[in-house]
Design a protein around this ligand. Structure first.
Ligand code: PAP
Length: 322
């Protein structure tokens, strides 16, 4: 049995290495080598996870996938989906969100489960339906889903706020002061598109077009709308996932879920003050300000104008507004 597993691991590694070595490459803002795969850029570790996932994932029709470009609201959306699906099984004092960070409850295939093998043991995933999350663009995810009718929920956000959020996160992970020079190099990478999972516009458009084609399988949400009209968006999410609120629930349950998943509440939970993800990131770094438009305090008007123009150019003709 062990021999079979190690042969399989070697098989995955060899196949991945030969595929990756043939891809176009470039260098990201921090010197990491990135490879262009199916139109988007990835570092070699996440790309191996993606390739393993595409090769070995066996989807179930009821699976739910939480998808996003990094720093666009992933943690919040994961929490909301867990809270929605668990609402009749737990009270707020006895809730999975009190015991683990949303990233622990909704794992990433490419960054965790499938990082080392195309045949991971997924029997420890006991949630029903199974929940996964990804930062892959839709066309790359679809290869792994193999025509499964499972539901995909996507969240995106103003690129400028995502950029600043990413900068803060990166500095916190590296335990360094927020360096202006790093923000500027990140900005250039966002503009050129050569950034992990980028270009941003390719990513967003892949899900936008996917949702336009099939509203029943892809729900396209915006962070800013979750902030301004949380009740409406949560009800939309519940309907999409096939677990709409009853009239009775609308009175209390909607509010309870929004409160449980609020930035303030999640940030103050012991598990999020002290815990770490399996990859070693402190849970607390996933919760910062959660503001809309806060990036204007960090980007110059010229930077804002440049990136807005790039996005507008790429979104042209798509009917997608930002
Ligand atoms: P990830 O891609 O690494 O998982 P993600 O959760 O997508 O990160 O984004 C983090 C942002 O979501 C942070 O934004 P900020 O840096 O602009 O503050 C974080 O504060 C925000 N966030 C996390 N949880 C919530 C929440 N419950 N409500 C609103 N915003 C949240």
């Amino acid at each position: 049995m062990e021999k079979a597993i190690s042969k399989n691991l070697r098989g995955d590694d060899e196949e991945n290495a030969s595929l990756i070595s043939a891809l176009p490459s470039d260098v990201g803002f921090d010197g990491t080598k990135l490879f262009k795969y199916q139109g988007c850029w990835h570092d070699s570790t996440s790309l191996q996870g993606i390739l393993n996932f595409q090769r070995g994932f066996k989807p179930q029709d009821t699976d739910i996938i939480v998808a996003s470009f990094p720093k666009c609201g992933t943690t919040w959306l994961k929490a909301l989906i867990v809270a929605l699906l668990e609402r009749s099984n737990h009270s707020c004092d006895d809730h999975p969100l009190l015991l683990d960070n949303p990233h622990g409850l909704v794992p990433f295939p490419e960054l965790r489960l499938f990082m080392e093998t195309s045949k991971p043991d997924l029997t420890s995933i006991t949630s029903s339906p199974r929940l996964f999350s990804t930062h892959m663009p839709l066309h790359t995810l679809r290869v792994a889903l193999k025509n499964s009718p499972c539901k995909i929920v996507y969240v995106w956000r103003d690129v400028k706020d995502a950029l600043v959020s990413f900068w803060y996160f990166k500095c916190a992970i590296l335990k360094i002061e927020e360096e202006r020079s790093m923000l500027e190099s990140m900005f250039d990478s966002f503009c050129s598109g050569v950034i992990n999972y980028g270009p941003f516009w390719e990513h967003v458009l892949s899900y936008w077009k996917g949702s336009m084609k099939d509203l029943k399988s892809v729900l396209f949400l915006k962070y800013e709308e979750l902030k301004t009209e949380p009740h409406v968006q949560l009800k939309k999410l519940a309907e999409f996932l096939g677990c709409p609120f009853t009239v009775e629930e609308e009175r209390g349950s909607v509010e309870e879920i929004l409160e449980l998943c609020s930035l303030r509440n999640l940030k103050n939970l012991e598990i999020n003050k002290t815990g770490r993800t399996t990859r070693g990131a402190a849970h607390k770094n996933f919760f910062r300000k959660g503001e809309v438009g806060g990036s204007k305090n960090y980007l110059t008007p010229q930077m804002e104008k440049r990136i807005d123009m790039i996005i507008a150019e790429h979104f042209q003709g798509s009917d997608l507004e930002f």
